[in-house]
Ligand binder design. Structure first.
Ligand code: IMP
Length: 186
């Protein structure tokens, strides 16, 4: 079986392929870039699910999509589902500015994967608690990686190589749940 990951984000693809490798799964994962519909919702899973439902009308092979967001406690969950737009507009520096002199720097990264096999949709979610650093650190990864420190580490995601990020990351957690499901049921 060949499984397609529909994403324009090469970093996400590398992370998830890394998880498949770490778990010793032989299944081949290929990246496919197809425009996704993104609905507005507070819920990351609903966004991924809707994109998968829409894509399932056009794609006739097993595939999955993933959506993620960074929820910052002091900002009442912002940017959450708007993370992509916020990253493209105010970016990492804008988030740091919003948190200037703010003591509560707690944040959660959420990842939702929607897997489509034989017209059925299966959802998997991963969450990683952590905090927002005072300044950007590290040059690896993408997006908000330079300012997110997962609980249990002192390094930001951007200071970690892919294998270390996968030990902590929201995406790796969701991917592991999907792999477990695939191995058991498909
Ligand atoms: P997307 O809509 O799933 O592409 O993700 C929304 C935005 O959240 C992305 O553009 C990134 O800026 C950010 N993001 C999602 N996952 C991660 C991650 O693992 N590290 C850093 N930023 C991320």
């Amino acid at each position: 079986m060949m499984l397609y990951f529909i994403t324009g984000n090469v970093n996400k693809f590398k992370e998830i392929v890394g998880v498949f490798r770490e778990e010793g799964v032989k299944l081949q994962v290929k990246r496919l870039t197809v425009n996704k519909i993104e609905i507005q919702s507070k819920d990351i899973s609903s966004i991924a699910k809707y994109a998968a439902i829409d894509l399932s009308k056009k794609i006739n092979k097993p595939f999955f999509v993933e959506d993620a967001g960074l929820f910052i406690e002091q900002l009442k969950g912002f940017p959450g589902p708007y993370s992509h737009y916020v990253y493209d507009t105010i970016g990492v520096q804008g988030i740091l500015k919003l948190l200037e002199n703010v003591e509560n720097r707690k944040a959660i990264f959420v990842s939702a994967i929607a897997l489509v096999v034989c017209d059925e949709i299966y959802m998997f979610e991963g969450k990683t608690k952590g905090s927002i650093s005072d300044k950007p650190r590290g040059s690896k990864g993408f997006g908000f990686d330079p300012i997110f420190i997962p609980k249990g580490s002192e390094r930001t995601f951007a200071e970690m190589d892919l294998k270390e990020k996968n030990k902590f990351s929201h995406r790796a957690k969701a991917a592991r749940k999907m792999i477990k499901f695939i191995l058991k049921h498909i």
